[in-house]
Design a binder for this molecule. Structure first.
Ligand code: AMP
Ligand code: MG
Length: 528
């Protein structure tokens, strides 16, 4: 069987239209005047496919039979390079935790090739396939635990309706990788793994920042023109050019970023490392590292232990960080403008726009039409959810069962299941909830939609199943023993996060007590 018969080298516009690193040797270095370096993935000892996502395969026009072939296994682990394809790693910089970090780049990501299918173009990228010129002090590899986390979460996010890169496959390399998981002087050997991820483009804010930092405005312009031409074609088609074209591009990136963040806040996702090198220019959730899901609703929570001191990337701060990152992007492309005025205007509207979109979304979550009259209901809701440990996913999902004619106590009993240690709920918090439900039910009574209609639309924005932190860890622990059954089960469950699924009812549950302070559940590091 000829694998990937629809692969055509002439689709590779990133490497055809943008400047390549002139040096060919795969050694760590600063790469100038180039968007990427050609690099070969590392051969691995005994590669094996753990799992793949049939939906992503069909998006790419790859059949299940092809996916299960030995050749595909070798392609997806970097052991076979398609004839005429030219794998490469991208050069980018970034602001990490608020500081300019200089050149970063794809230290362990290698873009294999692009595929066109049904008029869409996709780049296939291996994460963990070996060293590149951008590997700096690290090994270019990825371990099984982090690869499972990326593989499951990117697809979970997609099915939740959150813009994201996709995951095609999860494989073992057959090699061991050494990691000091908590940076506490206890390195250990772990199984090496590779995820093949897929997106229309993996360009980040940092790809633009690196040229601006080096005052290389020639390449900056080339990259910006390329990005607009291929990824924002409607802007050019609208007849825009020059500075107004660039400004519309920036506006579009702001919109997409804002849209992504509103979704994160809706489902309770905390990215954990919102450095500018982890911000996709297409507004996709990218680079699943020490991310986490809010279990109890706590806007100050971050899963990332590396960020425990400042909690820069905590849940409630994600919108502000998105804006901070957009300011960095604006600074990066500013040299191509005569005046900063337009960029400043766009940035100045971000916060108000976000607030508008956020309240819209919150009203949808509680099933009320957003008239802003009832804004106090949202403000109090956020406050009471923080007053006692309350499971975010369960609370909002249960809320759909409330009916217009219910008494506050009945409503309370419906959401009671969302409270951790419900018996310890203080009298003050309980009575706050009762008065909240009284107001909520009277607001519901004013709506024209029926209880059933409302429940249906609420259940479309409030997922029943998310990839809880401890679920990930359970899947990882089993997979470490060679048992992939939980990975398969979660793959299936997370494809329909808004549906009732009897077979998965056990995962509609609060975090168990053992997971409260367990490494991998509530604490994660960047060491992956
Ligand atoms: P991250 O915080 O995972 O997005 O990574 C930040 C930077 O470190 C990026 O340039 C990555 O490519 C690089 N990096 C992370 N892990 C590794 C690794 N194991 N080997 C090489 N580079 C890495
Ligand atoms: Mg990254």
């Amino acid at each position: 069987m000829k694998v990937l018969s629809h692969f055509k080298p002439n689709f590779q516009h990133f490497i055809q239209e943008l400047p390549a690193d002139k040096e060919q040797e795969n050694k760590r270095r600063q790469v100038f005047e180039a968007c990427f370096s050609f690099v070969q993935p590392k051969k691995t000892t005994s590669p094996s496919l753990i799992s793949f996502m049939p939906q992503v395969a069909s998006l790419l026009g790859i059949s299940e039979e092809e996916m299960c072939s030995d050749s595909m296994r070798d392609i997806l682990t970097g052991n076979m390079v398609l004839e005429q394809s030219q794998p490469y790693s991208m050069c980018y910089g970034g602001h990490q935790f608020g500081n300019w970090a200089g050149q970063l780049g794809d230290g362990r990501a290698i873009n294999l090739f692009d595929l066109q299918h049904e008029n869409k173009q996709w780049t296939l990228q291996l994460k963990g396939a070996g060293e590149t010129p951008y590997s700096r002090g690290a090994d270019g590899l990825a371990v099984l635990r982090s690869s499972i986390r990326e593989y499951l979460c990117s697809e979970a996010m997609y099915h939740l309706g959150v813009p994201t890169t996709r995951a095609l496959s999860l494989s073992l390399t057959g090699d061991q990788v050494i990691r000091d998981m908590l940076y506490d002087g206890n390195p250990a050997l772990e199984k090496g793994a590779i995820v093949c991820r897929v997106a229309p483009s993996f360009l980040r804010f940092g790809n633009f920042e690196i040229f601006a930092a080096r005052k290389d405005y020639v390449q900056l312009k080339k990259l910006l023109d390329y990005t607009i031409r291929h990824h924002f074609p409607t802007l050019e088609q609208a007849g825009l050019e020059g500075e107004s074209l660039y400004l519309s591009f920036f506006k579009a990136v702001c919109q997409r970023t804002l849209d992504m963040i509103v979704h994160w806040q809706r489902v309770g996702f905390v990215h954990g490392v919102m450095n500018t090198d982890n911000m996709s220019i297409l507004g996709l959730t990218i680079d699943y590292g020490p991310y986490g899901w809010l279990e109890d609703y706590n806007i100050d929570w971050t899963p990332n232990t590396t960020d425990a001191g400042n909690k820069r990337y905590r849940f409630g701060y994600q919108p502000s960080i998105a804006l901070w990152n957009l300011v960095r992007l604006a600074n990066a492309i500013y040299p191509l403008f005569n005046s900063a005025d337009g960029l400043e205007v766009v940035l100045s509207t971000f916060q108000d726009q976000y607030k508008g979109r956020y309240y819209n979304m919150m009203f949808e979550k509680i099933g009320l039409i957003d008239t802003r009259e009832d804004i106090d209901i949202i403000v109090k809701l956020e406050k009471y959810l923080m007053a006692h440990e309350t499971d975010m996913t369960i609370f909002f999902r249960q809320l759909a069962q409330i009916k217009k004619n219910m008494k506050p106590q009945e409503c309370f009993d419906i959401v009671r299941f969302a409270f951790y240690e419900a018996s310890l709920l203080s009298e003050a918090t309980k009575s706050a909830w009762l008065s909240w439900f009284e107001k909520y039910v009277s607001a519901l009574a004013k709506e024209s939609s029926s209880d059933t209609q409302r429940a249906k639309s609420m259940n479309r924005v409030n997922p029943k199943y998310v990839l809880r932190n401890y679920m990930n860890q359970l899947a990882i622990d089993k997979a470490d023993q060679g048992d992939y059954s939980l990975i398969k089960a979660f793959e299936k469950m997370l494809q329909n996060p808004y549906e009732e699924q009897d077979e998965f009812q056990q995962w509609y549950a609060k975090r168990p007590d053992w997971a409260r302070h367990k490494v991998g559940c509530s604490m994660l590091s960047c060491s992956s």
